[in-house]
Ligand binder design. Sequence first.
Ligand SMILES: [Zn+2]
Length: 64
Amino acid sequence: MPETRKMICCKCNKELEMIKTDFSYLGHSFFTEVPKCPECGQVFIPEELARGRISEVEMQMEDK
Ligand SMILES: [Zn+2]
């Protein structure tokens, strides 16, 4: 069974749409494709993004 990338908003129970957007996280902005809920507009940060760029940002912040 192929791995499904579908994500569901836990609040609205709606399927998230992949949209290119810029969003900010911890004061840094990213322009990337992220899953977003069409209902409430909540943006979900993918795990690989959180482990990649964003964890770098977090490490930089912890460093100071
Ligand atoms: Zn939602």
